[in-house]
Design a protein around this ligand. Sequence first.
Ligand SMILES: C[S@@+](CC[C@H](N)C(=O)[O-])C[C@H]1O[C@@H](n2cnc3c(N)ncnc32)[C@H](O)[C@@H]1O
Length: 364
Amino acid sequence: MSKAAKTKEQKIDPRITLRSRLDVLFGQDLEIEGLAVKFRGLISEVGAPLAIDALIKHLEGTPKIKPEKLFGMLQLVRSQEIVDYLSQQIRNNKSLSGSTKSVMTVFLRAMGETVEVQEPERQPAPPPHKQPLSPEVQASIKNVEDDKYIFWLCWLVGGFLRQGDGNIVAMDYAIRLMPTGGAVIEIGSLLGLSTNILAYMTIKYRRDNPFFTCDPWEFEDTGEMVSGYYNFGTRVYRDYIKETFIRNCQTFSPSRIPHTIESYSGPFFAAWREGAQKTDVFGRPVTLGGPISFTYIDGAHAYGPVKQDFLDVDRSLLPGGFILFDDSADGSGWDVNRVVKEVQENPAYELVLKAPNYLFRKKG
Ligand SMILES: C[S@@+](CC[C@H](N)C(=O)[O-])C[C@H]1O[C@@H](n2cnc3c(N)ncnc32)[C@H](O)[C@@H]1O
């Protein structure tokens, strides 16, 4: 995807379709050269890191590609960018599971690189920016690692989180330590995987903070049929995502159903400021507004909307409150990188965790 296309607001998030596109691609029984051409096409569309991550997720599911084809394809698509990305992830991304690192090591070897085989790590360990891990971070790693319910949610509900994902560690940290009395807000819910994890954590840690989410579930027309087969911009697809979100909340968080407003975050926060009355997607009237204790920003990824999300949250965030920015990890390639660098310069905030995405706490 070109930089211009990437910064265009509300462009369909490529991660939503990437894995299903790989499933279709590898189900086609193409020769190695054909696979390599198509995989290179994906790389030029979304960038090497996203394409490689999706390939690994595909392999962690029910892979449709045979090992000999995988290795042949990897040899053909090899580039210095991929080698550097994999090496950097293996060396520096402590939040990756040992098995993911092993797969990355195998990829590097398939591409002719000499690498030490990484022993699978027992604990995913998000590095807190040059500081030793604090006892609270260690506690969150342990909480998440041992939690069977989160493990099952990640398998059962569609989304991008997996057990051991640093975002889940950061959520555990923020939910446990956030101030009382403010709302938990999620921007961008999709099918409700992160929503249900947040809901579950509020129950687990007996946090009765009000819980809101917002998502417009408006996906752009993909222009052409994906794999000549499916358009992810249709109303049918959109309704499926929204209805599945509702079912997922009712099924997995019946005692902690969030007040989800069908809206982009901009109008959501405008209504928040006004203390407006709304009806949530579960048909319940609710009054928006008040202080905020924790926000997970996972909606738009372009600079303007993410910066605006930060400013909107900042206005109501309680001292000691948290903001977690998805896809803000160094080198992620998303505009979110710029926003978190600016928040880091803001004296009112402290960076408490990079796992590898940025979690900030408001000082005071
Ligand atoms: C990456 S998905 C969210 C995944 C979800 N948080 C999870 O981890 O399970 C991004 C979602 O953000 C929504 N979105 C995009 N722009 C948004 C905005 N400005 N405000 C709120 N949601 C937005 C999209 O409709 C999409 O469902």
